[in-house]
Design a protein around this ligand. Sequence first.
Ligand SMILES: NC(=O)c1ccc[n+]([C@@H]2O[C@H](COP(=O)([O-])OP(=O)(O)OC[C@H]3O[C@@H](n4cnc5c(N)ncnc54)[C@H](O)[C@@H]3O)[C@@H](O)[C@H]2O)c1
Length: 250
Amino acid sequence: MSRDGELSGRISLVTGASRGIGHAIARRLARDGATVVCVARNAERLEEAVASLRKDGLTAEALPLDIRDEDAVRSGVEQTLARHTRIDHLINNAGITRDGLLLRMKTDDWKTVLETNLTGMFFLTRAVLSAMVRARSGRIVNLSSVVARSGNPGQSNYCASKAAIEGFTRSLALEIASRGITVNAVAPGFINTDMTAGLDDKARQAMTGRIPLRRLGEPDDVAGAVRFLVGKEASYITGTTLNVNGGMHL
Ligand SMILES: NC(=O)c1ccc[n+]([C@@H]2O[C@H](COP(=O)([O-])OP(=O)(O)OC[C@H]3O[C@@H](n4cnc5c(N)ncnc54)[C@H](O)[C@@H]3O)[C@@H](O)[C@H]2O)c1
C-alpha cells in the first residue's frame, strides 16, 4: 500500500486504536502515509491491531497505556517524542460508557466515565501540546458524540463527558490558534462497533428508525472525517464539531 501520500512523514497519535473507530482512524491516517502511534489499555489486543496494520504495509507502533494514568501518559508521550521528535496529530478517541439511570448511578460509574473520556483527553492533550507549540503546527481531533447535544436517558455521565469535550475543544482552539494548531471535534451518531454491539434487534431497529439515512454508521465514516480535519484542506477550520450521524441532528 502507498506510503507516499499527503501525510507522509507525519506522526499521528491515536488513542483507543485497538478496535472500532480508533482502529479505523489509525488505518486511514496510515494509508495516507502517516506513522501511527496506537494507544490502548490492553497490550495484547493492541499488538494484534498494530500487527494487522503492518501486515498491510502500513507504519504503526503500539503504545500500551491507560489514559487515566497521568504519569503513564507523560512518559508515553516523552518516549514517542524521543523516537520521532514530533507529534503532528493527536486523535483523542478512547472513550467508554457505563450506562444507568441517574437515581441508581454508582459513583464509580460516574467517575470512570469522566476520568476516561474527559480527564484522559486532558492528560494526553497537555502532554502533547508543548511539542506542537514549539513546532508551531499541529492538529488535535477529539471524539464527541451526537448525544453531547441531544442527551440520552441513562447516559448522563457519558453525555456530560462528551458535552464537556466540545467546550474544551472550543476553548483550546481559541487558546492556541495563534500557534498554528487547530482543535476540532467529531461527533459520531450510532456507529457499528463493540460499543453498540450489545444492542438487541429491537433496540437496533428503533435506533435505525431515528437515523434519516436509515443505517448505522461505519467506523470508516468517522475515520474519513478525522482524515479531513488533519489534512491540508482543513487548515482554516478550528473550534468546530463535525457531525457524522446520518442526519440525526436535523
Ligand atoms: N460507537 C458509537 O456508536 C459511538 C458514537 C458516538 C461516539 N463514539 C465515540 O467514539 C470513540 C470510539 O468509540 P468505539 O465505539 O470505537 O469504542 P470501542 O469500545 O470499540 O473502543 C474503545 C477504545 O478505547 C480504548 N480505551 C478505553 N478506555 C481506555 C483507557 N482508559 N486508556 C486507553 N485506552 C482506552 C479501548 O482499549 C478501545 O481501543 C469513543 O470516544 C466513543 O465515545 C462512539
